[in-house]
Write a protein that binds this ligand. Structure first.
Ligand SMILES: [Zn+2]
Length: 111
């Protein structure tokens, strides 16, 4: 794997970004304050739902970033965690934290 250093830098950068976003999110007292002022429970619920789906997505991404970094450390980066075949380098360029090859990812997403 030629660009491993570059990929690692990108992953570390993304990890930092996500960590900063989590901190921002946790420091926001958005829904609590708004509910007290307006009493608009529906709005607060909507915001909470949006915020939850946002964090679920980001948490998923964060986990994948961590996993990819672990794989780099272990020397298994670029190998599909399901079929253990090499992941196409083009795919890794687009998705540096991909842990599955395209075929296994499709199977995984279909459930
Ligand atoms: Zn695979």
């Amino acid at each position: 794997m030629k660009h491993i250093k570059k990929i690692k830098d990108r992953l570390l950068e993304r990890k930092q970004e996500l960590e900063n976003e989590f901190i921002d999110l946790n420091s926001e007292k958005f829904s609590d304050d708004q509910v007290q002022d307006t009493g608009d429970q529906a709005l607060a619920t909507t915001m909470e739902t949006l915020r939850k789906s946002f964090t679920d997505t980001k948490r998923g991404e964060y986990k994948m970033v961590l996993l990819a970094l672990e794989q780099i450390e272990a020397g298994t980066y670029g190998t599909c965690i399901d079929c253990e075949k090499p992941i196409a380098s083009k795919r890794l360029e687009l998705f540096p934290y991909a842990t599955r090859c395209l075929g296994c990812q499709e199977v995984f997403e279909e459930g």
